[in-house]
Design a protein around this ligand. Structure first.
Ligand code: FNR
Length: 378
């Protein structure tokens, strides 16, 4: 269908689900165990109520913001997600193209289905990327990747993912991985067309796509050893991804200025099932160690489906809000135009929400605009 006929992210997901292979659907859709965290990630936003102020001029409304000192046209960014070509041949480069049209930031997965060089090739001068690292047991592999990343001007920071030292038990993915049809893996992209053999290429057989991608990932990382090692490999700022408690947020803030940001995330419910949604962690930080917000930037992801969801996270102190599956569904439904439509829908919804709240810029949003009483009781 024409992308402009799709009015919200749920409709985008419905179209995407019909378009992609069973294997891609299972890998993208899956989450750990009973998917409690995956569902709660979104549900929790429903229990936060907005507090609109009236009789204020909201004729203008801008989404402009900054992340780590870089200007962005929207606080919505694309989270690192592996294997975009499973969903559409334009892959991560297609996502980059869509982000370019919207002044949005993209974090490239360690397990992207294209090389970082390919993905940033056509970057606009002011386009911002992060690169996400899963530290490999064979450190030389990670060191070689970091050396390449250091050379790419468009990549401004490294995202070190910490919430999945081992993959969660994702049964949809495992089931399809064992019985599904083979890796048209990169959705029509034949091995010979792949520009580089160092992008992952899971094949049919044992376990799901997730299990295969995680083979080789180092589960023995620590605050001191790993950050010290990373400092010898790159001067880029570090953003830690997958923090789920105020204790860890506080520890991260002690590692400023090497660590410049944290992403509160439970990996879209794909790691620890029944782990808290980012909103709960935001509330914990506000309660127990609010100084964290002054020392490092805080971002969130998980369960964003509406502009109001994103606005609520911003009200609670998030600087930017990530899209995992929503971006993949956009890509699967309509390639570059599908991701553009996804970003357009969310931007429009956010602007409507902000105007109805009586604010005209992102920096005016604050806790005064929401009521978290029900959330806090949970
Ligand atoms: C992910 N995520 C992820 N995170 C990461 O740090 N490295 C990765 O390679 C991946 N890969 C990945 C693949 C797929 C298919 C999904 C759905 C997710 C997690 C991702 O960055 C983000 O935390 C969640 O997706 C956010 O939740 P929502 O937006 O999907 O609800």
């Amino acid at each position: 269908p024409p992308m402009e006929n799709l009015l919200n992210l749920d409709e985008m997901e419905e179209v995407a689900a019909k378009q992609v292979s069973k294997k891609a659907w299972a890998y993208y859709y899956s989450a750990s165990d009973d998917k409690v965290s995956k569902h709660f990630n979104n549900q929790v936003y429903r229990s936060i109520l907005l507090r609109p102020r009236v009789f204020v001029d909201c004729a203008k409304c801008e989404l402009d913001t900054t992340v780590l000192g870089h200007k962005l046209k929207t606080p919505i960014y694309v989270s690192p997600a592996a294997m975009a070509r499973l969903g559409h041949p334009s892959g991560e480069a297609g996502i980059a193209e869509a982000c370019r049209s919207f002044g949005a930031m993209q974090v490239i997965s360690n397990n992207a289905s294209m090389t970082p060089e390919q993905i940033v090739k056509d970057a606009a001068p002011d386009q911002i990327f992060g690169w996400q690292l899963y530290v490999q047991i064979d450190r030389k592999k990670s060191e070689a990747m970091l050396a390449r990343i250091n050379k790419l001007k468009a990549i401004k920071y490294i995202v070190l993912t910490l919430d999945a030292p081992v993959p969660g038990k994702r049964e949809d993915d495992e089931r399809t991985g064992m019985t599904g049809r083979t890796a048209a893996v990169t959705s029509g992209v034949k091995a010979a067309e792949r520009s580089s053999d160092d992008t992952p290429n899971p094949t049919e057989g044992s376990g799901g796509v997730g299990q295969q991608l995680f083979a080789g990932t180092d589960p023995s990382l620590t605050w001191t050893e790993t950050l010290a090692w990373l400092a010898t490999q790159s001067d880029l700022p570090i953003v830690l991804k997958g923090l789920q408690t105020h204790e860890d947020a506080y520890l991260a803030s002690l590692h400023a200025p090497q660590v410049k940001g944290i992403i509160l995330s439970n990996h879209g419910g794909r790691a620890m099932d029944t782990a808290p949604p980012a909103v709960h962690t935001l509330l914990e930080i506000r309660k127990y160690c609010p100084e964290v917000f002054d020392k490092i930037e805080v971002y969130v992801d998980g369960g964003i489906r509406r502009g109001t969801d994103a606005v609520k996270a911003l009200c609670l102190g998030a600087k930017a809000v990530g899209l995992g599956r929503a971006a993949l569904w956009g890509l699967a439904a309509g390639g570059v135009d599908g991701v553009r439509r996804t970003l357009q829908i969310l931007n429009d919804e956010m602007k409507t929400c902000m105007r109805l709240l009586g604010v005209e810029s992102v920096d005016q949003l604050g806790p005064q605009h929401i009521n978290t009483r029900m959330t806090e009781q949970q």
